[in-house]
Design a protein around this ligand. Structure first.
Ligand code: SAM
Length: 275
């Protein structure tokens, strides 16, 4: 386990993943009925963008820093407000989720790395309806489903360190959907090749998922760093595609388009069913 999200926090992939997360949580908040959030690969929850890890890669400079001063509405507006509340630090997925919980909602955030899990525990301590767990997010997820509220969001955001991560992820998603078919799932994946990503999506959906779309983002390659990533969203809420499309119009020229480069290529594609 060498991966540390501190090197990547606030990069272009985090920006789009966290705007989608906020869009789904804003949807769940529309009804008074409680909802559950399970974040299987939570990270530490809060990242200092001035520390040596962040400065070593400069990835936040190509992500959240490009959105400085931007006025936005809907999920993107809420996301930018949450980020600016953190000052020079960047909120990870569990902190974003915790801040959007109402008293009746619950968050379980799981992190395997002991040091990250210890920091996560402190970051979530002020939120009485949020729990940080140290452990394996895949195994815990299956045990936690279905949540008592029978409404909720599962975020699966693995580090893709293991060669078989696509397979484990597809298997876990299928098992999770068997236990909680009506849940909303947001799954992050890197796109090293479009063929491998499409094969993963085909495998993930083969277990009988009826409604799913992907949001994929690609930057014009300027280095050997990851420049393409996607989100597989199972059971996306009504209006999610339109909201992400409106966000994409604002994001594309800012996340791409540097030094005369092309805007970021952001594509929203239904992979199973439709709205
Ligand atoms: N979701 C976080 C966010 O958006 O702020 C970022 C998570 S980062 C991409 C992946 C995290 O998963 C790392 O902190 C890593 O230590 C952790 N991890 C790796 N394997 C895990 C596992 N099997 N279960 C839970 N966490 C794991």
């Amino acid at each position: 386990m060498n991966y540390r999200h501190g090197y990547h926090a606030g990069n272009f992939a985090d920006v789009i993943k966290h705007i989608a997360l906020v869009a789904i949580l804003r949807h769940l908040r529309k009804k008074d009925a409680p909802f559950a959030v399970i974040d299987t690969h939570a990270g530490r929850g809060l990242y200092d963008l001035r520390d040596s890890a962040s400065r070593a890669t400069g990835e936040a400079e190509g992500g959240i820093a490009r959105l400085a001063g931007l006025a936005a509405e809907e999920a993107m507006g809420t996301y930018l407000d949450l980020v600016s509340e953190c000052g020079a630090r960047y909120p990870g997925s569990p902190l974003i989720a915790a801040k959007l919980l109402r008293p009746q909602d619950r968050l379980t955030a799981i992190e395997k790395h002991p040091e990250e899990a210890a920091i996560l525990k402190d970051v979530l301590a002020p939120f009485h309806n949020a729990t940080a767990e140290a452990g394996d997010g895949y195994a815990r997820l299956i045990k936690l489903l279905p949540p008592p509220s029978r409404r909720g969001l599962i975020l699966i955001d693995p580090p893709f360190e293991a060669a078989d991560e696509y397979e484990v992820l597809a298997r876990t998603l299928a098992a999770a959907v068997r236990k909680f078919a009506t849940g909303i799932y947001e799954v992050w994946y890197p796109i090293k090749s479009q063929g491998a990503a499409d094969a993963f999506i085909g495998e993930a959906l083969a277990g009988g998922i009826a409604k799913a779309l992907t949001v994929e983002i690609g930057l014009t390659p300027s280095s050997d760093r990851m420049t393409r990533a996607g989100l597989l969203v199972v059971n996306p809420p009504y209006g999610f595609t339109e909201q992400m499309q409106r966000a994409a119009v604002l994001l594309a020229p800012r996340l791409g388009g540097v030094a005369g480069g092309a805007p970021a290529d952001i594509r929203i594609t239904w992979r199973a069913g439709s709205q």
